[in-house]
Ligand binder design. Structure first.
Ligand SMILES: Cc1ncc(COP(=O)(O)O)c(C=O)c1O
Length: 417
């Protein structure tokens, strides 16, 4: 593991003056609990919950009919899809596929790709990913599609491009990797990896589930072919998003009914209806981001996420500096709080302590953290952490405060860290 010095961050958070407003938008934060399990699921915006309720109570009809209520329902759902496209800077709403979970959406894409690819084609997956972005691809081996594993460098905990280079062949069709590991918190350089893969004639599939709550997603700037994340970790409802470039979606075999128009690109991978009320509620996420943009006086969504990054770096710095004083603690991830290197998902193990012990102790202090392998089972195994019940994971969001981190630290001290 590298031992870079902990970076300097701004002394004062750009969100400091707005935290009361921010926290008031999340009713569940008005609670005795300090929530540090945000990579598992974030709190939900009031504006999202209210839209779900309002949709169900006033426009719960089938879409696409001529009567006025159906027209309004259709417009609401379309606005939700447009909000999703805006959030990731997609060029066209037809590139947005919504579904019940990220795991389900990868399975939909893999099922279509399985028909599209031929025996002997190759797909590369990593051993740092959540299993959602591994198992759906390795299951295609039954169709003669080979999968190769891009393994983590167990010393640096990075995915090295040199290693990827040795795995790619003229048969490589797709490279599937995570933007941020939900255990390590390290940000992989998506534009660089994407360029590297494209130069070798393959496409990329990026799991952005652990990235999207923290930094701006820009599918056009990064030129990614496919991108994935779950709204229930991005302050929204329990649905997920898959982006695919329009051209790619149009060439993939449809997994939907034969009579669905091929031009309805997203519907090729989205069998059945969207969840109407949850889709509409996505406008609550973009409305919140716009409100923050005005309050912060920044030009665009990028400015809001820059403020998130600076705030989160302060939270990460406080915790990482504390953990660095404890010889029994090993941080599993980058030791730096630098926001260009990591998000504030921080995992660690403690010598001689089962990872399950700490969260249970902290429950008594109303500090919510979590332990385990987090479905990144292959990573935990590769790092030899399966014997310690995985890692303790503290995953923060922009609405967490330094005072909450101090409560966590007090809890860790009381545990006897
Ligand atoms: C990095 C990552 N990818 C994928 C998933 C799966 O998401 P979903 O629960 O929407 O299937 C998770 C869930 O924790 C995750 O953390």
């Amino acid at each position: 593991m590298t031992t870079l010095p902990i970076s300097t961050s701004p002394a004062v958070s750009p969100l400091e003056a707005h935290l009361d407003f921010i926290r008031a938008q999340f009713p569940a934060l008005d609670s005795p609990w300090a929530f540090f399990d945000n990579a598992g699921g974030s709190q939900v915006l009031r504006g999202v919950a209210e839209r779900v309720s309002d949709y169900l109570l006033s426009t719960s009809v089938q879409l696409g009919a001529s009567y006025a209520v159906s027209q309004e329902a259709s417009a609401r759902v379309a606005a939700g899809v447009a909000a999703a496209a805006h959030y990731i800077h997609a060029a066209d709403s037809r590139e947005i596929i919504l579904g019940g979970s990220s795991t389900q959406l990868v399975a939909n894409l893999a099922s279509s790709m399985g028909e599209f690819l031929k025996a002997g084609d190759e797909i590369i997956v990593t051993d740092t990913d959540h299993e959602a972005n591994v198992g759906a691809w390795t299951r295609l081996e039954s169709r003669g599609i080979r999968t190769l594993i891009w393994k983590v460098n167990t010393q640096t905990l990075h995915l090295d491009l040199d290693t990827l280079g040795t795995l790619m062949t003229p048969q490589t069709r797709l490279v599937c990797f995570t933007h941020v590991s939900n255990v390590l918190g390290t940000i992989n350089p998506v534009p660089e990896i994407t360029r590297f893969v494209h130069e070798r004639g393959a496409k990329v599939f990026v799991d952005g589930v652990a990235y999207a709550p923290h930094r701006m997603v820009d599918v056009q700037a990064w030129d990614v072919d496919f991108y994935l994340f779950s709204w229930y970790k991005v302050y929204g409802p329990h649905i997920s998003l898959l982006f695919g470039k329009l051209g790619h979606l149009l060439e993939l075999p449809s997994i939907n009914h034969f009579f669905i128009s091929p031009e309805a690109a997203a519907y090729r991978l989205q069998p059945g209806n969207l969840n109407y009320e949850l889709t509409y509620s996505l406008t609550g996420v973009t409305e919140y981001m716009s409100a923050l943009q005005s309050r912060l006086g920044v030009d665009d969504l990028g400015g809001v996420f820059d403020a998130f990054a600076a705030h989160e770096a302060l939270l990460a710095k406080r915790l990482l500096e504390y953990l660095a004083t404890k010889p029994s603690v090993r941080v599993i991830g980058h030791p730096s709080a630098d926001s260009s290197v990591r998000v504030d998902t921080i995992s660690f193990v403690v010598d001689g302590v089962a990872s399950s012990d700490l969260p249970k102790f902290l429950d008594g202090q109303h500090v919510a953290v979590r332990y385990g392998h987090f479905y990144a089972y292959r990573l935990i195994e590769a790092l030899g952490l399966d014997q310690t019940e995985g890692v303790v994971r503290v995953s923060m969001a922009h609405y967490n405060t330094l005072a909450e981190v101090d409560r966590l630290i007090a809890g860790l001290e009381a545990f006897g860290l």
